[in-house]
Design a protein around this ligand. Structure first.
Ligand SMILES: CNc1ncnc2c1ncn2[C@@H]1O[C@H](COP(=O)(O)O)[C@@H](O)[C@H]1O
Length: 337
């Protein structure tokens, strides 16, 4: 594998093959951003919703939230939700992803409640165990910074019910996401994240996805989530704290190129910085549909970005196993590698 970065065709092919073969884990994957493109177009047509305003070749942060607005209209029943999840799991399984933590905010469709949404996810994940036996799939319940507090409180109560009271193996934590321009992490600590932590619920937080959010970043690092997502716009002090606190970071290369308005992957600096400081980094897709990506691609781009040899890649992926939220599966995956 040595010299793969000089980039002869054979070396690149070998590295790509390795990125396919190597067992992968995905810890940052939003259901609403992972529809198959064909399914998205089929559903939009069925609902008579125009997608002409969407530029799929250049998805920026604004473009991403334009797409989520459309997804919110077409992903409008439990049947569609279950179909979408089945397709997502099948596609991840085909990329040799062995463990997948999906994330989503529960929604009420028509007569159905948000709890019905959670039940439908659990039901289809159970079904996927038979359909796609080589991949284990779990859910993080999203706390959405763009949604009203009441709606997030309901999502939290549901997460607590399924994780703590019912010990449902399919739901393994909370995550904080949504349009980073809306509200602040701190707004959700008193009613959601502090009690969640006390109840033993694991938490992943989108952090520094946009510029000049240092005040929020400080509060997030003070809280010390179990994992962070993105960390695109941190200053030196913040990177140092992530390293000292040993918080694993979900890194999403293709997504960052889009949301940071970059023209090439080589312009990404935060991932090499995190890596050079000894942080655990886990390559993830974020939204496969929006950023036209998959786990093989994200792994391959990480290898190129950090100029990794095969053993270094294995070591990064192995370290990531320790960051997954399902402790039982963690032990199983660790024993297999
Ligand atoms: C591009 N980077 C991102 N930054 C912040 N939040 C994101 C995101 N990508 C996705 N989401 C969050 O996930 C929701 C869609 O999935 P669900 O409807 O919950 O399944 C989006 O509406 C947004 O809140």
């Amino acid at each position: 594998m040595e010299g793969a970065f000089l980039g002869t065709d054979k070396q690149l092919q070998d590295m790509y093959q390795l990125c396919f073969n190597i067992p992968k884990i995905e810890l940052h994957s939003h259901i609403g951003g992972n529809l198959r493109p064909a399914t998205f177009l089929e559903l939009a047509e069925k609902e008579g919703i125009s997608v002409d305003h969407i530029d799929f070749y250049n998805v920026t942060l604004k473009g991403a939230f334009d797409i989520f607005a459309v997804v919110g209209k077409i992903l409008n029943s439990l049947d569609v939700l279950q179909r979408v999840i089945r397709e997502i799991v099948e596609d991840y399984s085909k990329t040799n992803t062995r463990y997948l933590e999906l994330r989503s905010g529960p929604k009420a469709f028509g007569e159905n409640t948000k709890e019905d949404y959670i039940k439908a996810v659990v039901e289809v994940l159970e079904e996927c165990e038979t359909l796609f036996p080589h991949i284990t799939v779990r859910l993080l319940v999203s706390i959405n910074r763009s949604a009203p507090m009441e709606s997030n409180l309901e999502a939290y109560e549901l997460a607590k019910k399924y994780i703590v009271d019912e010990k449902c193996k399919y739901i393994v934590g909370l995550e904080f996401s949504g349009n980073p321009k809306d509200n602040s992490f701190e707004d959700y600590c008193e009613n959601i994240f502090n009690p969640a932590r006390e109840a033993g619920i694991k938490i992943s937080v989108h952090t520094a996805e946009i510029e000049d959010h240092h005040e929020e970043t400080e509060k997030i690092l003070d809280f010390k989530p179990d994992r962070l997502g993105h960390c695109c716009y941190m200053n030196e002090e913040e990177f140092k704290r992530v390293a000292e606190l040993e918080i694993p970071v979900e890194v999403c290369i293709s997504s960052n190129v889009g949301t940071m308005n970059l023209s090439t992957i080589s312009q990404i600096k935060h991932i090499p910085t995190l890596h050079s400081m000894g942080c655990t980094i886990i390559p993830c897709c974020d939204d496969t549909m929006l950023f036209n990506t998959n786990m093989i691609n994200e792994t391959f781009e990480l290898v190129n970005m950090l100029k990794l040899e095969e053993e270094e890649l294995k070591s990064i992926l192995n370290k990531g196993i320790d960051a997954i939220f399902d402790d039982e599966v963690k032990a199983l995956l660790a024993s297999e590698t």
